[in-house]
Design a protein around this ligand. Structure first.
Ligand SMILES: [Zn+2]
Length: 753
């Protein structure tokens, strides 16, 4: 028995050390917090029952570390402690009982209850009211000095008190808080990623941590991080008697203190509020994984002291897990409308957060291989809010050698065509546009609510229409007759009439909906809306895309002598060839503002060691490509990869035929005429840079509502550059090219009324 226990303790220690390292140093955890807590608790219990077996280097004996090599180290004035965990009301009651035993009889404990933020701990030092240092928690005694980066976070005061009339600054104040993304900021960050054609971030906390640990603070400034402050670590001139008083003091100093914090007269009151917190959890602005409960009376908390690494006077109450581990028993393969192949994990059913989960997303094969997920693995699955459950990673310690690697299939399981992985892509695709699965998914998407919104056309109807040869593509929907539909099983007069009416209504959907329904890779409603602001109709967009494709072909022709025979194996040349092969995404946006292309091209093509005369032939085709693609590249919020996706989409003869059929069936192709608030900015083009008093999107709408145009880069056509706080290089560019730079208030002054 002892031997078995000893082996289990060793195995748990090993696993926890590994997970600690992945979490704190590599910033790449493979198990969920709940899973980690489970292992940690098992180890603690075994060690408590068998103290003689505890290892000297047991992970229970120290706090974790987030130290990295990139930053100087800053010592904390007092250890930054972690908290013991409680998982239910009984744990909380036991915790209080243990504490009361250490305190004088008749002591009554009051509590302060706050959400437990799922962010990155930070320790900030103020001397005479001025922020002098900010450090991560590190190993609890020593942190990474990230002062410059923290100063870019707007909710962190650089000087306290913010309202100098309200209070005086203590000589020295060291506070502790948490840095995180508000849910909305995280979504916005991912929308920007999407607009640039880049992969979305999955985990808000890891992204916050990565953002805070940028070597260049300008990178941190671009992310909209928020800081909440909740404790005083050390002070000279700010002595408090209770937690509640501390929070009020921090508020007066101008810190962002969680408004949801509350005072409870006793533990009963705390326990009564628990169900309410769990219910509100997903409605909060930020991710939380539980609550923090602190003894309100600081003198009593002090008396309780510290056990191991945890103060006795505080405890973390963890919500029921939204994560659990189970066995990965199989993989099903789906093919989407773009042909994208997605693997889904088939699981041994597991109960998570009140629901039985038996399959979960694996994202893509690249992710599967990066996480080394194998068939037969025990995997950790997360389910949170409305998000589709997904596999976080394998529990490698649970392997027995019977697991097998998961590889992409060689052929499409629906049509048998070979799968392709485009260069640089993480996904695999079925390349057959007539693949029955792709057609089905295309139609389902086409009729869905955000797209053409055709009521009464469910998957079964679509399948019946395809099976009966009545439709081959989405545009055929508009040519269906009552006679066609009556021939289908289960279709009677009333049902046919309703369906035909909703098809008729769909013909007058907005430009945004029609464009979205075409299913261009990466073009959702937001980007479709941007295109609608800049193009009068879908045929106009199509004509632009075709002109770009023609210019690309001319460029490719001219560049062929340079590309042929170049050494693809050399990484510098490989990168250059990639640019030459994707001129719309890779070259045109770089040179939009170039007055003279030839020196830029000479520099670009240097790795090819050409004779001077060899560059001239590609100069004119590139200028032509820049000219025709400019209307797309200048749309702020539309990244170069999306521009390339648009061009590729409209170059496809199948898509051209679909659009022509839709046009012939009188489906709306025109963008809405905008009703202007004024024409005060008509004919003027603005470039926005830096942080404004409201989100830049609102300033853009304001300019457009008054007849102006907003573009993403400074050119001869720019009327003004509007600079907010910490503006980018666009101001320099404006000054160099003589474009006037104005402030946000000067812009507002230009608008009549
Ligand atoms: Zn296929």
């Amino acid at each position: 028995m002892d031997q078995q226990t000893q082996a289990r303790i060793a195995s748990l220690s090993d696993q926890l050390h590994q997970h600690n390292y992945r979490y704190h140093v590599l910033n790449d955890p493979i198990v969920s917090d709940a899973e980690y807590d489970r292992l940690f608790r098992e180890l603690t219990e075994l060690e408590t029952a068998n103290p003689q077996l505890a290892l000297a280097d047991s992970p229970t004996q120290r706090v974790g570390s987030d130290l990295s090599l990139d930053f100087p180290k800053a010592p904390h004035p007092a250890p930054i402690l972690s908290l013991a965990n409680a998982f239910d009301a009984a744990d909380l009651a036991n915790w209080e009982e243990r504490n009361l035993r250490l305190l004088p009889a008749d002591t009554e404990l009051a509590y302060v209850l706050q959400p437990k933020l799922d962010g990155l701990a930070i320790v900030i030092t103020y001397e005479n009211g001025v922020l002098v240092r900010a450090a991560t928690r590190g190993n609890g005694e020593l942190g990474d000095d990230v002062t410059a980066n923290v100063k870019t976070i707007r909710s962190v005061p650089l000087r306290i008190p913010v309202d100098r009339a309200a209070a005086a600054a203590p000589a020295r104040l060291v506070v502790r808080g948490e840095i995180l993304f508000h849910k909305e900021s995280f979504l916005e960050l991912n929308r920007e990623q999407e607009a640039q054609g880049l992969p979305a971030y999955v985990n808000a906390r890891n992204t916050a941590s990565g953002s805070l640990k940028q070597k260049d603070s300008r990178e941190t400034a671009k992310r909209k991080l928020t800081a909440y402050i909740y404790a005083i670590v050390d002070s000279d001139g700010a002595e408090m008697s209770s937690e509640w008083e501390t929070l009020q003091f921090l508020r007066v100093m101008g810190f962002n203190v969680i408004p949801e914090a509350r005072h409870c007269a006793g533990l009963d009151e705390v326990i009564q509020t628990l169900p309410d917190w769990e219910a509100r959890r997903n409605a909060l602005d930020f991710e939380i994984d539980g609550l923090v409960l602190k003894v309100d009376q600081l003198a009593l908390a002090d008396e309780l002291g510290v056990v191991g690494k945890d103060p006795r006077g505080a405890v973390a109450y963890k919500f029921p897990a939204e994560e659990a581990s189970t066995k990965l028993v199989g993989i099903t393969i789906g093919v989407g409308r773009t042909g994208k192949v997605t693997p889904t994990a088939q699981l041994e059913p597991v109960f998570i957060g009140g629901v039985t989960v038996s399959n979960a997303s694996l994202h893509n094969y690249e992710q599967v291989s990066a996480l080394d997920i194998r068939l037969g693995d025990r995997v950790v699955v997360k389910r949170s809010g409305d998000v589709i459950p997904y596999v976080i990673g394998p529990v490698t310690g649970a392997r027995d050698g019977s697991e097998s690697p998961i590889l992409p299939p060689a052929a499409c399981p629906f049509c048998g065509r070979e799968l392709i992985q485009p260069a640089g892509a993480v996904d695999w695709f079925c390349s057959n546009p007539k693949c029955p699965e792709r057609v089905m998914r295309t139609l389902e998407f086409f009729v869905s609510r955000g797209a053409m919104d055709i009521e009464g056309m469910g998957p079964q109807t679509i399948a019946a229409l395809i099976d009966n040869g009545l439709i081959e593509d989405e545009a055929d929907i508009f040519n269906l007759s009552a006679e066609n539909l009556l021939a289908l099983e289960g279709f009677a007069d009333k049902k046919v009439e309703n369906l035909l009416q909703s098809i008729e209504r769909a013909k007058s959907r907005s430009f945004t909906q029609v464009l979205t329904s075409l299913g261009i890779d990466g073009i959702g409603a937001t980007v479709a809306g941007l295109l609608g602001d800049n193009f009068a109709s879908i045929p106009e967009l199509l004509a632009t895309a075709q002109a770009i494709r023609a210019a690309e072909e001319d460029f490719a022709e001219a560049a062929r002598p340079l590309v042929d025979g170049a050494d693809d194996g050399d990484p510098d040349i490989g990168k250059l060839l990639h640019r030459l092969r994707h001129p719309t995404a890779e070259l045109a946006p770089r040179y939009l503002d170039a007055a003279d292309l030839s020196p830029r091209l000479e520099r670009l093509l240097r790795p090819l060691r050409l004779a001077p005369g060899d560059i001239a032939p590609i100069q004119a085709p590139l200028s032509a490509l820049i000219a025709v693609s400019r209307p797309l590249h200048e749309i702020e919020g539309l990244g170069p990869i999306l521009v390339e996706n648009i061009v590729n989409f409209f170059a496809d003869p199948h898509q051209q035929a679909v659009i022509a059929k839709m046009e012939a069936a009188a489906v709306n192709m025109r963008a809405e005429e905008k009703v202007l608030a004024s024409a005060g900015l008509a004919g003027q083009t603005f470039v926005l840079t830096g942080t404004m008093s409201v989100p830049r999107g609102e300033i853009k709408s304001l300019v457009e509502a008054n007849g102006g145009k907003v573009t993403g880069s400074v050119s001869k056509k720019t009327s003004y550059v509007v600079a907010g706080d910490s503006p980018g290089s666009k101001v320099e560019k404006a000054l160099k090219s003589g474009v006037p730079v104005i402030s946000e208030s000067e812009l507002r002054a230009l608008i009549p009324g």
